[in-house]
Design a binder for this molecule. Structure first.
Ligand code: 6PG
Length: 476
């Protein structure tokens, strides 16, 4: 007997994926660099399905039916290259290596090209949903060739989450497209988390609410249009009490947010593509700012505003206004992420369908949310909106939220509570709406000091003004 699929790299994500395949009736070959882990998996979970443990790479490969489907779940970077080099020589043309880690899409493009030369398919695959998702149904974003998806798709769709009977897995596009989309997913994840964190901070500092009370607010929001995994777990975290001290858990956690790098990659890539992802960038910067203890210590004595909190009617309506600011800012973060996906798709010739991406993000992944249906709808229409913001549903939602959104940003400034995510999102919205931008002045400045030239609104061509002489204008 031969295995349908093999998983090498049996840390938690790899083990859980292997178990998920087995639970769906697939015979799964399992392998790990240290065989003790392979044995432990089969001992502990062997009853869940049919596993074929292999102690060596050779036996692992030999146990797979052809064309071979080999899933690797190892650390991104050098370990991934090492594992590819270990297995590629053992494989035959048409076989597939699936990299389910959080690889940088540029690495995936390089690996795909190199393995294609050797007749192998390399399928860089974004997998979201953490350990639980891997076991019970993640959202899966496979790149690589169409041909490889024909052989792999049915198995991946078997183990992915489903929403309304539709699997949260689709072929994203060639080579690095899957890992690119997973990267942007993580950028949106950072933005979403930051916006939720700002909401909490504002409720706490403007209204003096306790974490447990704020948890209740999030629970209420989670019954409405904001319903999402991140809002749900936020309520859980806020309601949790530290056993050692009896204090709210959030009050005993060191307030320095870490990152493994995918959000940073999103912003770095966006800068290269020239895509304004200001909401995601602010989320990455907010994490890095929080980690600069020396700056924060030095700034403790800086003066703040005299206003300390809200009272009266302003306080009464504030929680509802924050809900609206959160929803509007979240729409902006997704609009920016979708723009980046479209720009990446264009740059690399991937032909990614944003509606399909939103569809497979509805379940399984960290950013799963009710409102993703609306994004799918927006891109399913005949006419693809230039930006998500101008799709009917979102235009209406932003219009209804904007007054509250503005008040929340004003309040944050007045009270001295930082809300970089809310402010950046609102500035993006207003910048896009503005008929004229001060970019015209920036062009004038550039032309003044560097003769960098400018274009005119009323004539084609580039021009330069002789600033140091008679200020006459010359075509450039
Ligand atoms: C997911 C997550 C996951 C990622 C963590 C870590 O989709 O399941 O995005 O892939 O590892 O979220 O992110 P940071 O450590 O960078 O916060």
């Amino acid at each position: 007997e031969q295995a349908h699929i093999g998983v090498t790299g049996l840390a938690v994500m790899g083990s859980n994926l292997a178990r998920n395949f087995a639970r769906h009736g697939h015979t799964v070959a399992v392998h790990n660099r240290t065989p003790a882990r392979t044995r432990a998996l089969v001992e502990e979970f062997g009853g869940e399905g049919h596993f074929m443990p292999a102690e060596t790479a050779e036996r692992f490969v030999a146990s797979l039916e052809r064309p071979r489907r080999l899933v690797m779940m190892v650390k991104a970077g050098a370990p991934t290259d090492a594992v590819i080099e270990e297995f590629a020589p053992l494989l035959e043309p048409g076989d597939m290596i699936v990299d389910g880690g959080n690889a940088h899409f540029e690495d995936t493009r390089r690996r795909e090209a190199a393995l294609r030369e050797r007749g192998l398919h390399f399928v860089g695959t974004g997998i979201s949903g953490g350990e639980e998702g891997a076991l019970h149904g993640p959202s899966i974003m496979p790149g690589g060739s169409k041909e490889s998806y024909e052989a792999l798709g049915p198995l991946l769709e078997d183990i992915s989450a489903t929403v309304d009977g539709t699997p949260c897995c689709t072929h994203i596009g060639p080579d690095g497209a899957g890992h690119f989309v997973k990267m942007v997913h993580n950028g949106i994840e950072y933005a979403d988390m930051q916006l939720i964190a700002e909401s909490y901070d504002l409720l706490r500092r403007a209204l003096g609410m306790a974490p447990g009370e704020i948890a209740e607010v999030f629970r209420t929001w989670n019954r409405g249009r904001l319903e999402s995994y991140l809002i749900e777990i936020t309520a859980e975290v806020l309601a949790h009490t530290d056993a050692a001290t009896g204090k709210p858990f959030v009050d005993v956690v060191l307030d320095q947010a870490e990152q493994k790098g995918t959000g940073r990659w999103t912003v770095q890539t966006a800068l290269d593509l020239g895509v304004p992802v200001s909401g995601i960038a602010e989320a990455v910067f907010a994490r890095s700012l929080s980690g600069h203890a020396e700056l924060r210590d030095a700034a403790q004595g800086l003066p703040g505003p005299s206003a300390k909190g809200l009272t009266g009617a302003a306080a009464e309506r504030f929680a509802d206004e924050v809900e609206q600011a959160l929803y509007a800012s979240k729409i902006v973060a997704y609009a920016q992420g979708v723009h980046q996906i479209q720009a990446g798709s264009q740059e690399y010739g991937w032909d990614i369908d944003p509606g399909a991406v939103a569809r497979i993000w509805r379940g399984g992944c960290i950013i799963r949310a009710r409102f993703l249906n609306r994004i799918t709808e927006a891109y399913a229409r005949e006419r693809t909106p230039v930006t998500l913001l101008t799709a009917d549903y979102f235009t209406e939602a932003l219009g209804a939220a904007q007054d509250a959104w503005r008040r929340v940003v004003t309040t944050s400034a007045e009270l001295g509570v930082p809300a970089p995510g809310f402010s950046a999102a609102l500035a993006y919205y207003d910048a896009l709406r503005s008929e004229r931008l001060p970019a015209a002045l920036v062009q004038g400045q550039r032309d003044f000091f560097g003769a960098h030239t400018y274009r005119r609104t009323d004539r084609d061509g580039s021009f330069h003004t002789l600033w140091g002489a008679d200020r006459g204008e010359r075509p450039a």
